[in-house]
Design a protein. Structure first.
Length: 105
């Protein structure tokens, strides 16, 4: 008996198991469609994270520059935090998307 990775959830399972205890996918037979579904779900999750990060970035810009006057105090800090989190989150997510696409090809 050896430990192998589940083709769908990538968690370690016994090589003698008939199905994965985590995601309930059968280990015998062709798992091509299950792999494609898992790939699509991961792509969708990464795109949602990218959209959330872009929304944070845009809301940071709006908080900082809405109204035309110079931002000060809490408005400046909250805008800067939203802007930074959105920008860094977007960059990290885009790198993950590129690596995922490279892996799936």
């Amino acid at each position: 008996m050896a430990l192998v990775q589940c083709p769908v959830c990538q968690k370690r399972i016994s090589s003698k198991a008939s199905s994965c205890p985590h995601c309930k996918t059968g280990t015998q037979g062709d798992n091509g469609s299950a792999l494609r579904i898992a790939n699509i779900k991961k792509s969708q999750r990464l795109m949602n994270q990218s959209f959330l990060a872009m929304t944070l970035f845009v809301s940071g810009v709006v908080v900082m520059f809405w109204g035309g006057e110079e931002p000060e105090g809490l408005r400046l800090m909250s805008g800067a935090v939203l802007l930074t989190l959105g920008f860094v989150g977007y960059l990290v997510t885009r790198v993950q998307i590129v690596l995922h696409k490279r892996k799936s090809v």
